[in-house]
Write a new protein. Structure first.
Lengths: 112, 878
């Protein structure tokens, strides 16, 4: 399996962008992640991850429309590339195959 | 509701420009959201935290730190790959042009090393005594004599001046009298043994008032100055205490000053650093002076010893201006007969070291040295610039390639500056070796003159940094500008010619500057040497050869019987031809005794105060003084007859010397003028001639002058010492030849002259190095041309002239520039001397000739080689 290594946080960011379908930009992603995961995510971490993902070719971006609350500044809107999607799928497949081989699946309440 | 502005500005400054919009937009949106959620105050804090989060460098490079906006960033000058490439290019270039590199590095190293030596020497002279806290408000009161030839300053003042000043001007902050004690002789009593004697030739002791230490700062290791209020007390430097007793725990011990005066040690002070003019290693109390001299101190204002000095520190209650206003009234009150010719000006401490009249170093010479230091650096830089621009052609292709590959002009500029810096730093390393070596030489040869040591003064490092930066910029700037100015298309096509390489005219004017500097320096050297030669060989009006002076013990009343005894013993030595006793030899020892006179029947005392000298009848003969009228003194032990000099007669307002013969002079005694001697110079040739009155008085003779035959002088001195020690067991034998004593007047000038010669020589050598390099380059450039010319029938002399005519022109122009400057500077320097040489055209001729010869030698070495080259070889090789 040949692909770029993807960190756990990067994976979450990538997934979030995929979920948000075209409406993904810095602040929105940050809020979405903190709502969904409950983690205290910071803007700069998200930006760094987005930049890395774009470098790896899993995200692409374009500038959106200016809005008033941003002082007339444009957003950078991210979408997942084909390569990004494939990567996510591969990760998912690997996980699923491991889960499938698990003889005694954990019971949620008794984990640990 | 706006986010904090400062945080925003911070972000704008640090954030990559192409990312700023979205990042800032996100931050603002988040801020807006947070204000609604958690209130403005906490939102602001959070905003700050977020902004700082963008600045905080995570692993690797920080995300939002400023980066190029373009997708492909250009190679930065500071990129390690490029730096190693620069080094590689520099190294290859140096190896390819070893001769030029060697010339440049040697020239720069010599220049920097010598300049560093000079600058630390200059700095040394300017820091003398500045460590005293009251430096700016300390003055020395001196005596000034106004004579028709000009004003002469003597460092000394009458004993009474201190007391009088203190009385009349109680507002003076501190006042201290001090009497110097030359070549101190100290005896340490040892139980059951003869005293151990220490004679410190060429060192100084002093008698001081305790207030001296309120003016000057001393660090005390034990005791203090308070005890010096008592007679028979002394303070020592730690070094001396250790030398006498082997320890600095010496309080309360007794030493015998001059082997006679008992003095109790009441203080030990920390040793001097070398940068002081007042290095007295032993200071006895002023109150001990009467016992030391065995007589009460003079209370008149006519006896002045240059060693009896008065220091004051002033404050706003009483300033130098106050004194200058009141000085005349002071003179009128205490020395009414000196109203016309005596002044007591105050000399600021900062001037003392540089006042040549009072034994200081000529600041003119110091500044000339400084100028030479600058010249040295300029010459070295000019070499560099010339050779670098001359070679620029060879590197035009490199510049072309670099430019095509995207180098910008600033990048190339700094590359070449870097290369210059590399060479300069190499040269500096060598220069530091020179500096070290030079220091040791200076220590060996100059120490006696300047008490000069280089201690590792931080200023040396400062100078070094300054010099190195200066040199890098001066020598790197222009060549770098030329090199980076090439048009890449032309450069790559090989169509850059020497015409484009920074106009030959600039190189020419630089060479002219070098020649001009060399010529000025040579003129300077010749003038200084001639002047020193002149004043040292000028007829002073008295005999100097083979006269030995022996100092008698300085008791207030000489024992005439003992002197007769010494005369007999001395005359018994076969080499001793004649012997004369006198108060001093013609070369003055710093002691001036003046007297008021009334002439003949004139009712008023004369308005001038002649110097008074006590001599015996043999003096005129021993020193070969010429009589212009009358006869010599009759042998006598008391004052009855007098000899005067021509200046004296002139001052009386009489033209014919014969007219004063037989007239009576009224001093303390009545003296009949029996003869007039031709004027002779008592002091160095910087000052003129004083009116002089000479008479006999045996009890005031302090020197024996012995005229010697040829023979073994060593043995004579040895024999004399033996006789002297038998006669005067408590004293210490000192003998000196008159011509040697005269030399001492000029020690400083001679040393400075040597230094100037040395450094000017280095400057000329550096200039030659550059010239050599330039000719080497020309010869290389012209190899083909010379080949063609030779094939077409040019003779060797034709080809030599090809090189020579260019430089001949440059030398001629340089001569026109250098002559007036050199003339002006040297005329200025000569003004210090009462007797001086004329600066004639001959001196400039010598300078021109010297430059031509040096340049011809340098140029011909390479050009002859080029001219003799076989044209077959030079034309064949491509």
């Amino acid at each position: 399996m040949k692909r770029s290594y993807l960190g756990e946080f990067e994976e979450i960011v990538l997934l979030t962008v995929a979920v948000m379908e075209g409406g993904a930009y810095g602040v929105a992603i940050t809020h979405e992640i903190s709502e969904q995961t409950g983690r205290a995510v910071r803007l700069n971490q998200v930006h760094a991850a987005l930049e890395r993902l774009e470098d790896k070719g899993m995200l692409k971006s374009e500038m959106g429309e200016p809005t008033a609350e941003r002082g007339g500044r444009r957003k950078r809107l991210f979408t997942v590339t084909a390569y990004g999607r494939r990567t996510l799928q591969e990760i998912q497949e690997v996980r699923v195959s491991f889960w499938a081989r698990l003889l005694n699946p954990f019971k949620p309440a008794t984990s640990l | 509701m706006k986010p904090p502005r400062l945080a925003d500005q911070l972000l704008e400054f640090f954030c990559a420009p192409h990312r700023l919009e979205e990042v800032q937009g996100d931050l603002h949106e988040e801020f807006d959201y947070q204000v609604k959620r958690i209130g403005e105050r906490r939102a602001r804090i959070r905003y700050w935290r977020d902004v700082l989060g963008f600045l905080k460098p995570p692993a690797g490079w920080p995300f939002a730190i400023k980066r190029k906006a373009t997708a492909y960033s250009t190679t930065h000058t500071m990129n390690p790959t490029m730096i190693s490439n620069y080094f590689k290019t520099a190294r290859r270039n140096l190896i390819k042009n070893q001769t030029y590199a060697l010339i440049n590095v040697t020239g720069l190293a010599m220049g920097i090393g010598a300049a560093l030596l000079i600058f630390s020497l200059v700095r040394y002279h300017h820091t003398i005594d500045t460590h005293h806290q009251k430096y700016a408000s300390i003055y020395r009161v001196t005596t000034e004599f106004v004579t028709p030839e000009g004003n002469f300053n003597v460092t000394g003042v009458p004993y009474e001046l201190g007391k009088a000043l203190r009385n009349d001007h109680p507002d003076i902050e501190n006042l201290a009298m001090i009497e110097l004690y030359r070549d101190p002789l100290v005896a340490i009593p040892v139980a059951n043994e003869p005293d151990r004697k220490f004679k410190d030739a060429h060192k100084m002791g002093a008698f001081v008032q305790p207030s001296y230490f309120k003016i000057f700062d001393y660090e005390w290791l034990a005791g203090g100055p308070a005890g010096l209020a008592q007679p028979n007390t002394v303070v020592l430097s730690a070094e001396n205490a250790t030398r006498y007793f082997g320890t600095t725990e010496v309080l309360g011990k007794i030493i015998k000053i001059n082997a006679t005066l008992n003095a109790r040690i009441v203080g030990v002070f920390k040793d001097y650093r070398d940068n002081t003019d007042f290095a007295y290693s032993l200071m006895a109390s002023w109150a001990s002076l009467p016992e030391f001299h065995d007589r009460p101190l003079n209370v008149d204002f006519d006896n002045i010893d240059s060693g009896t000095q008065c220091f004051v520190s002033l404050n706003s209650h009483f300033t130098k201006a106050d004194w200058d206003r009141q000085m005349l009234a002071f003179v009128k009150k205490y020395k009414p007969h000196g109203l016309k010719d005596t002044r007591f000006p105050m000399q600021p401490l900062r001037d003392i070291h540089f006042s040549t009249e009072t034994g200081g170093v000529s600041s003119g010479l110091i500044w000339s040295l400084f100028a030479i230091g600058i010249f040295l650096l300029i010459t070295a830089c000019i070499n560099f610039v010339n050779l670098a621009t001359a070679q620029a052609l060879n590197r035009s292709r490199e510049v072309g390639v670099r430019k095509v590959l995207g180098s910008t002009r600033p990048q190339l500029f700094w590359q070449f500056m870097g290369e210059t810096a590399l060479l300069t730093l190499t040269a500096t390393a060598i220069a530091l070796l020179f500096f070290q070596f030079g220091q040791q030489l200076a220590q060996e040869y100059l120490h006696g003159v300047f008490r000069f040591t280089f201690y590792y003064d931080p200023s040396v490092i400062g100078w070094l940094v300054l010099i190195v930066t200066g040199v890098i910029f001066l020598s790197g700037f222009y060549p770098a500008l030329v090199l980076t100015g090439f048009k890449p298309a032309l450069a790559l096509a090989g169509r850059i010619t020497s015409r484009q390489v920074g106009g030959f005219s600039i190189r020419r004017s630089l060479v002219i500057t070098q020649f001009a500097i060399s010529q000025m320096l040579i003129v300077g050297m010749v003038v200084v040497a001639n002047q020193l030669q002149y004043i040292q060989t000028k007829d002073l009006g008295f005999r100097q050869k083979a006269i030995l002076t022996v100092r008698l013990p300085s008791s207030p009343q000489q024992d005439v019987g003992k002197m007769e005894n010494f005369r007999h013993r001395a005359m018994a030595i076969p080499e001793v031809e004649k012997l004369s006793y006198s108060m001093s030899g013609p070369p003055q020892t710093g002691w001036i005794s003046q007297t008021v006179i009334k002439f003949d029947t004139r009712p008023e005392p004369e308005k001038f105060t002649p110097q008074q000298k006590f001599i015996d009848a043999a003096y005129v003969d021993v020193y070969g003084l010429k009589l212009v009228a009358g006869r010599n003194l009759q042998p006598a032990d008391t004052s009855r007859e007098a000899l005067v000099n021509e200046t004296f007669v002139k001052q009386l307002g009489i033209h014919n010397p014969a007219q004063v013969l037989g007239k009576i002079l009224h001093t303390a005694r009545k003296l009949e003028i029996v003869g007039v001697v031709k004027d002779f110079n008592e002091r160095d040739l910087k000052s003129g001639i004083f009116p002089l009155l000479m008479t006999t008085r045996a009890t005031k003779y302090y020197y024996a002058s012995l005229q010697l035959h040829n023979g073994n002088f060593e043995r004579v001195i040895h024999q004399l010492e033996k006789e002297y020690n038998q006669l005067y067991p408590d004293s210490y034998f000192t003998a000196q030849f008159v011509d040697e004593q005269l030399q001492e007047y000029y020690v400083q000038e001679q040393t400075m002259a040597k230094l100037i010669n040395f450094f000017a020589g280095i400057a000329v050598v550096i200039g030659c190095l550059g010239l050599y390099g330039l000719v080497l380059f020309m010869a290389n450039q012209k190899t083909k041309e010379i080949g063609v010319r030779k094939v077409l029938g040019a003779s060797i002399s034709n080809i030599l002239w090809l090189f020579g005519k260019e430089f001949a022109r440059l030398i001629a122009v340089a001569f026109v520039v250098a002559t007036p400057v050199a003339w002006w500077v040297m005329t200025h320097w000569l003004q210090d001397f009462a007797y001086k040489i004329d600066i004639g055209p001959g001196i400039f001729g010598i300078a021109l000739l010297a430059t031509v010869i040096v340049a011809a030698l340098t140029v011909s070495f390479q050009s002859v080689k080029a001219a003799l080259m076989n044209p077959v070889k030079s034309l064949k090789s491509e």
